[in-house]
Design a protein around this ligand. Structure first.
Ligand code: MRU
Length: 338
């Protein structure tokens, strides 16, 4: 098979001064790129999940600030644009982290701001590759990896966090296979994880969200590997709704539960998972699939978009700085100084 171009879902057209985003609302049916020129458009793309995944929204946010600067925005307008983008979604700390990093360069001018955004993108992909190298040895030969949501190239600048471990293992000759939870209601697993792994020739099987326990009971899963939107100082891990249930199941069945996330996802200023703001999205996203109602008209529905897995259920956290295990709070403190 001819190797495919690496998948990079967030980019910038330097000549036209436009932010380019692969529209993840449309995959896998249609591959279409959005070309954005304002902070409002970038914030809207983040809010509506055209771009999603903690590291990827951080990169998009940085480009959103840069595009305003390059199009001549005043310092005042740049500050307003930064606030607008930072508030597009509350849970993934990468968004606020990237905007804060851009804000520190606000006075440096448009060229410096664009260079900073490119650096955020390049560093994120490098971090993913480093996490892959550090984390791949955790996967036994022929591991059957269960993952949730999409923590792949599509959720990052490229390569992926959880799927970066899978990619690195496959590149090292380990014939790993993946089970992808469909991940209701946006179907990041069925639509995005399945699409990007199939594109790279990595075997993937889609499950509905309730199937994991049964497959674990039958010995068909080796370990769980997921990404994260924010990791608290005590090692509690926030990730896509449904992750906590998998961690409980993994513990019950004696399986390792691994988290892969760049250091930009670690929020030492947040003491514990209970302090992480959890995004609540509209009930309509739960009761409609592609516009079609799948529940009785008017029935209430809930959509907390994330949950928190207590540190005690996490076997290890793989970051580009190293692997945290054992006492996660102490391990994260050590890595903070690395
Ligand atoms: O709502 P989403 O699709 O942005 O949620 C994404 C996740 O929960 C991912 O698992 C997380 O951001 C890690 S991505 C490397």
């Amino acid at each position: 098979m001819t190797p495919r171009e690496p998948l990079r879902p967030v980019g910038y057209d330097d000549a036209a001064d436009r932010v380019r985003l692969l529209d993840q609302r449309k995959l896998p049916a249609v591959e279409t790129w959005l070309e954005l020129e304002t902070a409002e458009q970038v914030a809207d793309a983040i809010r509506t999940l055209a771009v999603r995944g903690a590291p990827a929204i951080g990169v998009a946010a940085a480009y959103g600030v840069a595009v305003e600067a390059r199009r001549g925005a005043s310092p005042e307008r740049l500050r307003e644009a930064s606030r607008l983008i930072a508030s597009a979604r509350p849970t993934a700390v990468n968004l606020a982290w990237a905007v804060a990093r851009m804000s520190r360069r606000l006075e440096a001018g448009p060229a410096a701001l664009l260079a900073e955004a490119h650096a955020i993108r390049d560093e994120d992909e490098a971090s993913c590759r480093r996490m892959g190298a550090l984390g791949a040895p955790l996967l036994p030969r022929g591991a059957r990896v269960l993952t949730h949501c999409n923590a792949g190239a599509l959720a990052t600048a490229g390569y992926g966090t959880a799927l970066g471990l899978v990619r690195a293992a496959v590149e090292a000759g380990n014939p790993v296979t993946v089970f992808a939870d469909e991940t209701r209601p946006f179907f990041q697993g069925a639509r995005l994880t399945a699409w990007e792994l199939q594109r790279d020739g990595i075997p993937v099987t889609v499950l509905t969200d309730g199937m994991a326990g049964w497959l674990m009971q039958r010995g068909e899963i080796s370990c769980v590997v997921v990404g994260s939107d924010r990791i608290a100082a005590n090692g509690d891990v926030c990730n896509k709704i449904g992750t906590y249930a998998l961690a409980v199941l993994a513990r019950h069945h004696g399986l390792p539960f691994y988290v892969a996330a760049p250091w930009s996802t670690v929020d030492l200023a947040t003491a514990r998972g209970a302090d992480i703001p959890i995004e609540e999205r509209g009930a309509d996203e739960v009761v409609r699939i592609n516009g079609a109602l799948i529940a009785p008209e008017g029935v209430p529905a809930r959509y907390p978009a994330f949950d928190v897995t207590p540190a005690a259920l996490v076997t290890a956290i793989v970051t580009e700085r190293g692997v945290a295990d054992g006492d996660l709070a102490a391990a994260l403190r050590r890595l903070a100084g690395a």
